[in-house]
Design a protein around this ligand. Structure first.
Ligand SMILES: CC(C)(COP(=O)(O)OP(=O)(O)OC[C@H]1O[C@@H](n2cnc3c(N)ncnc32)[C@H](O)[C@@H]1OP(=O)(O)O)[C@@H](O)C(=O)NCCC(=O)NCCS
Length: 410
């Protein structure tokens, strides 16, 4: 087996075949074109079997918001193995190699969407919090604000949309994926794609919009992306969704950061009961489907500003990615003994101090703790994280953070 970087001249047809085999694209020329656009930027590794690419992994550079700070991010945006090359460890090895290469290029955190829990845990990733997907009848939106006439957004508006995404309101955990080609391919691959928005920027920039998929005449409509810079703009977009209610019976969307969408719905309990098991069921589905890991502990902690009592402790950290990476790789994870200070100026030193309490953790569990996915006391029950009770309680207090939401599908 030979691992190397992707070469479009040589490998294009073989990687089209991989994506067709996993049903990410169809045999249509426009979908293959969108795949090529997606592959035009970022880091790409392939593994050859019998001289042909049979596994491909792709990462995209981005930024990751931790409270008010931005960290350098690597988004593992595609992991695919062809039908003939499964269960040979190709996806695992290539993904580990890709993460390691991105760390050498400055990535401080890495994130991905998982196909199942467990697989990427072996590479040090830990699960993010639940995302809520809310389905509702737009007629029941209790928005008073009358929206203005919007602008249509089409697949050709990818540049405008990308800029708008980069400039949107971002809360804790928000990700920005930097190459515009990603947005272009993503919009290009949306079936029945449609969007509406407003260009209120000083130079006509798109300030707020939603983009989604409008399947049948009465819906459901799926809002894939909603972006805005302030609360008024968000309410205008919700008001716009309401104007579709004479025709559309169901809209589904992910709950935005900091918003409880049910606040905007009239009679949510009644609607849930009367639509139960119908095609237009009003419901709230929760799922944890993205994962994240710290790659550069020092870099992450230097941008961690917590305005509570300072907590100091020894950290015995274990990073399982070292089992997958070759011994010759220059970066082999962050296993080690550290002295951690969490507070307004957090920091990390290497070593161990006998007078400090000790936390033992995998990198996945520690990342979840740092990000505030769950408190230390909870993680000590369900994840690989252990320490004395008084330390866990102190960590619960110092790491009391808003829900982390990537707010960008990848
Ligand atoms: C997911 C996928 C990339 C895996 O590719 P692969 O090259 O066969 O994966 P690997 O050989 O590296 O790893 C397979 C191993 O992981 C294990 N594994 C799979 N899911 C797991 C889980 N949830 N938890 C723990 N281990 C898991 C398998 O049991 C297997 O172990 P074994 O070889 O000891 O039996 C491939 O099935 C695929 O392309 N699927 C379709 C596209 C997709 O969903 N991609 C992932 C996007 S996040």
């Amino acid at each position: 087996m030979n691992i190397r970087t992707y070469n479009p001249k040589k490998d294009k047809q073989a990687v089209h075949r991989i994506w067709q085999e996993v049903h990410w694209i169809k045999a249509k020329e426009d979908e293959k074109k969108m795949m090529d656009i997606f592959l035009s930027e970022g880091n790409k590794l392939i593994a050859e079997l019998n001289g042909e690419p049979e596994c491909m992994v792709v990462s995209i550079p981005g930024t990751f918001r931790y409270l008010e700070e931005d960290l350098q991010l690597s988004v593992v945006a595609a992991v695919t193995t062809s039908r003939i090359a499964r269960k040979q460890g190709l996806a695992k090895r290539l993904t580990a190699k890709l993460v390691a290469a991105d760390v050498l290029n400055g990535a401080q955190v890495s994130t991905l969407g998982m196909f199942e829990q467990g697989f990427y845990d072996k590479l040090g990733f830990g699960s993010g919090g639940y995302e809520h997907w809310i389905s509702f009848d737009p007629a029941y939106l209790n928005i008073k604000q009358q929206p203005r006439v919007p602008r249509r957004i089409t697949k050709d508006d990818w540049e405008l949309v990308h800029k708008s995404l980069l400039n949107r309101y971002r809360g804790h955990g928000a990700c920005n994926l930097l190459p515009a080609s990603f947005t272009r391919a993503d919009m290009g691959l949306t079936e029945h794609g449609f969007g509406l928005g407003y260009c209120d920027g000083a130079n006509g920039e798109l300030t707020h919009f939603f983009w989604g998929s409008a399947k049948d005449e009465p819906g459901p409509y799926t809002i894939i992306t909603i972006a805005y810079q302030n609360g008024q703009q968000f309410l205008e977009l919700m008001g716009l969704m309401k104007t579709l209610n004479d025709q559309v019976r169901l809209v589904e969307m992910r709950e935005p950061a900091g918003i409880q969408l049910q606040d905007l719905l009239s009679q949510p309990m009644k609607q849930r009961q009367v639509t139960k098991k119908s095609k237009f069921e009003n419901q709230n589905k929760a799922g944890a489907y993205w994962q994240v890991r710290i790659c550069d502990l020092e870099g992450c902690l230097s941008k961690t500003h917590l305005h509570r009592e300072t907590v100091r402790f020894n950290l015995e950290l274990y990073d399982p990615i070292e089992l997958i990476l070759e011994p010759t790789e220059p970066w082999r994870g962050i296993t080690g003994n550290y002295i951690i200070t969490l507070g307004s100026n957090s920091r990390v030193e290497t070593g161990k101090k006998p007078d400090l309490p000790t936390l033992k953790s995998t990198v996945g569990a520690f990342t979840r703790l740092w990000l505030g996915v769950r408190p230390a006391t909870g993680l000590s029950v369900t994840d690989e994280l252990a320490g004395p009770d008084f330390l866990l309680k102190a960590l619960d207090d110092v790491l009391c953070l808003p829900d982390a939401k990537p707010d960008w599908d990848f």
